[in-house]
Design a protein around this ligand. Structure first.
Ligand SMILES: *Cc1c(COP(=O)(O)O)cnc(C)c1O
Length: 395
């Protein structure tokens, strides 16, 4: 099997598993308990917090552990909105191609009377700092822009957006779930106020994430209860998960450059090979792009059929995001960069990690063109395109 869906989730690393095992077995104490068994767990929690803080270049007290990226996004946004409302500010700026954890939270706030400006994304899959600057008003209580997109992999100018928000005194949150463990992040240098990450996107376990909140930025709890996480997130801590998150992030940060170089080379080979297929086009900017992300549209085919045929050949890939496959709506990300519906339906995302090999890339480059041709030969749309009864969108 070739696993090329690392943007959906990743394999748990052996290092993370080994770090977790004691806390799933003998070390089962509650970190809030005062006896030694509890304090062993508390120490592990404190060490994990220090590790995450070192990787992001912040202080341990600025890290709140959550149940994943979605919870971190929800808490950051809802907290900033509630805090803003207390000051009479009800305007939020974001982009049209955020993850649903952000977009659906913003839709909920709109129903509660907030005004949301979704910045248009350019055809290259990026927004500009100037767009953010121009959208800020006296009423703005939050800017939330994702670090890197989960479908097309494009990386946003986060440091420049951070500088603008800091100068205008507007809190800035970034969903860095696709970036953490894959790109060098420095929350201080990039002037980020809040940042979400999730362990299972960098070989950690599922169901655990973290929210960085800069000291001095208020954070209201999403979940009420005990005094865990300095009263910012109630509930007995997922000790094993948090330890696994920290171990995986540490490994990722230790090997960041080497992994990026290896994965980028595989990615570029894949992009070049797939772009050579007639009437195929890369989605998103080629340079400002996550090392492992390949996303291509093929004219005249359905992404869903492509995925099923690739699965028959042992290739795990995705069309749009995992959250949207299963529905027939085309990806909001591809629509946001201006792909028409019929082309957005024919998209393929391959997301690689450092465990993928060149031999796997060669296999994919052998199999995918065959499958595309097979599907096109069965497609009435393709026949019309070939006869000239309809114009190609992708030349
Ligand atoms: C996966 C993902 C999320 C959600 O994270 P979970 O830990 O699965 O809740 C949020 N944002 C982005 C960009 C993602 O890729």
């Amino acid at each position: 099997m070739i696993y090329a869906d690392n943007a959906a989730t990743t394999r748990l690393s052996a290092t993370a598993l080994a770090a977790m095992l004691p806390y799933l077995t003998e070390q089962y104490g509650n970190p809030s308990s005062l006896y030694t068994l509890g304090q062993t767990a508390a120490t592990a929690l404190a060490q994990a917090r220090e590790t995450v803080a070192r990787c992001l270049h912040c202080r341990p007290e600025e890290i709140v552990f959550t149940s994943g990226g979605s919870e971190a996004d929800n808490q950051a946004i809802l907290s900033a909105a509630r805090w803003g409302k207390r000051q009479g500010k009800t305007h939020i700026i974001s982009t049209a191609f955020e993850h649903h954890a952000v977009l659906h939270t913003l839709q909920k706030l709109e129903k509660e009377g907030f005004t949301v400006t979704l910045l248009d994304v350019h055809a290259d899959g990026r927004i500009t700092p100037q767009q953010v600057e121009a959208a800020i008003t006296q009423d703005t209580c939050l800017v939330t822009v994702m670090y890197a997109n989960n479908e097309i992999g494009t990386i946003q100018p986060i440091g420049e957006i951070g500088a603008i928000c800091r100068a205008r005194k507007v809190p800035f949150h970034t969903d860095a779930v696709q970036a953490a463990g894959h790109l060098a992040i420095d929350v201080g240098a990039e002037q980020i106020d809040m940042l979400s990450l999730s362990a299972h996107k960098f070989h950690g376990p599922k169901g655990v994430g973290a929210l960085y909140v800069r000291k001095g930025v208020p954070l209201l709890p999403l979940i009420e209860g005990g005094a865990q996480e300095r009263r910012k997130r109630a509930g007995t801590e997922n000790v094993a998960g948090i330890v696994g998150l920290a171990a995986a992030l540490q490994t990722a940060c230790d090997h960041l450059e080497a992994n990026a170089a290896k994965v980028t080379a595989l990615r570029d080979k894949l992009i070049d090979g797939l772009a050579a297929i007639p009437h195929a086009a890369l989605n998103g900017d080629r340079d400002h792009r996550l090392p492992g992300n390949v996303n291509v549209c093929f004219e005249g085919i359905e992404g869903e059929s492509l995925l099923l045929l690739l699965d028959d050949r042992g290739i795990c890939a995705s069309s749009g995001s995992a959250c949207t496959s299963g529905s027939l709506d085309p990806s909001h990300v591809l629509l946001a960069i201006g792909r028409p519906h019929e082309v957005a339906h024919g998209s393929l995302r391959l997301s690689l990690c450092e465990e993928n090999t060149e031999a796997e890339v060669d296999t994919m480059l052998r199999e995918i063109p065959k499958v595309v041709e097979y599907l096109r030969n069965m497609s009435p749309v393709w026949r019309e395109l070939q006869k000239g009864a309809r114009d190609y969108v992708i030349q």
